[in-house]
Design a protein around this ligand. Sequence first.
Ligand SMILES: NC(=O)C1=CN([C@@H]2O[C@H](COP(=O)(O)OP(=O)(O)OC[C@H]3O[C@@H](n4cnc5c(N)ncnc54)[C@H](O)[C@@H]3O)[C@@H](O)[C@H]2O)C=CC1
Ligand SMILES: Nc1nc(O)c(N)c(N[C@@H]2O[C@H](COP(=O)(O)O)[C@@H](O)[C@H]2O)n1
Length: 220
Amino acid sequence: MHVLVNAAMSVDGKLATYRREQLRISGDADFARVDRRRAEADAVVVGVGTVLADDPSLLRFDRERRSEIETTGVPARVVADSQGRTPLDAALFSGDAPIYLLTSEATPPERRDAFRDAGAQVIVAGTDRVDLTDAFDTLEHEGIERLLVEGGGELIFSCFEANLVDELSVYIGSLIIGGRDAPTLADGNGFLGSFPELTLRRVERLDDGVVLRWRVENEG
Ligand SMILES: NC(=O)C1=CN([C@@H]2O[C@H](COP(=O)(O)OP(=O)(O)OC[C@H]3O[C@@H](n4cnc5c(N)ncnc54)[C@H](O)[C@@H]3O)[C@@H](O)[C@H]2O)C=CC1
Ligand SMILES: Nc1nc(O)c(N)c(N[C@@H]2O[C@H](COP(=O)(O)O)[C@@H](O)[C@H]2O)n1
C-alpha cells in the first residue's frame, strides 16, 4: 500500500486553532490540488478528532482526474476511532462512498453494530487503540492500494511512528495561528533520539502559500 499524508498548516505549524475549530488555511488552488490527490486515492482517512471538529464528508474529489486515471468508483472514507466516538449522524455516513471504521476492542460490540447499521464496514485492530499497521493491512486486503491520510495531528504522528508513510505533502498558508494547545502537523508523544527521515522532492508556490512534498525514507 502507498500512504500519502497531506495537510495544510500555518507558518507556525498549526493545523487549526486551539479551539480545534475548522479553519480554512488552503486557498482555492490548494483545495483543487487536494481534490486531485483524493481522486488518485482509493481511500481517504482521518482521525475521529477531525470528525468531531470538522464533520467532513470527504466526498469532494476531482471526478475528471479520477476518470483520466481510469479508476472506477469513488474514494472510500475511513475513520480511525479507537473508542467508537464517531457520531452516528456524522456527515461521513451520508453519500454512497464506502465507509470503513477502524476501531479497537475498546469499542463495545453494540456500538460496532450501530456503525454497521449506519453503513460502515468495521475493522477491529488493537486492544485499546487502533493498531494502524494491522488496520492498514486489512484495508489493503479490501483492495485499497493508495491511501490518503488527511489528519489530524494525532493520527499523522501515529502513522509516522508506525513507519507507514511513503510521502508527505504540506501546504503552508501565510498565517500564524499560535497557541500551545493548537493541533500541529504531528502531535502524539513526539519522537526522541530517532526521527523519520525525509527527502525534499518538490517546492511549489500556490495561492498565497507554498506546497512542499517529501519522500519518507522508511526503515526496512
Ligand atoms: N489543516 C488541515 O489540513 C487539517 C486540520 N485538521 C484539524 O486537526 C484537528 C484534529 O486533530 P487531532 O485532535 O489531532 O485528532 P485526529 O483527527 O488526529 O484524531 C485523533 C483521534 O483518532 C483516534 N485514533 C485511533 N487510533 C489512533 C492511533 N493509532 N493514533 C492516533 N489516533 C488514533 C483517537 O481517538 C484519537 O483521539 C481538528 O482541529 C481539525 O480541524 C484535521 C485534518 C486536516
Ligand atoms: N487541505 C486542507 N486545507 C485546509 O485549509 C483544511 N482546513 C483542510 N481540512 C481537511 O479537509 C477536510 C474537509 O473535507 P471535506 O471538504 O468535508 O471533504 C477536513 O476534515 C480536514 O481533513 N484540508
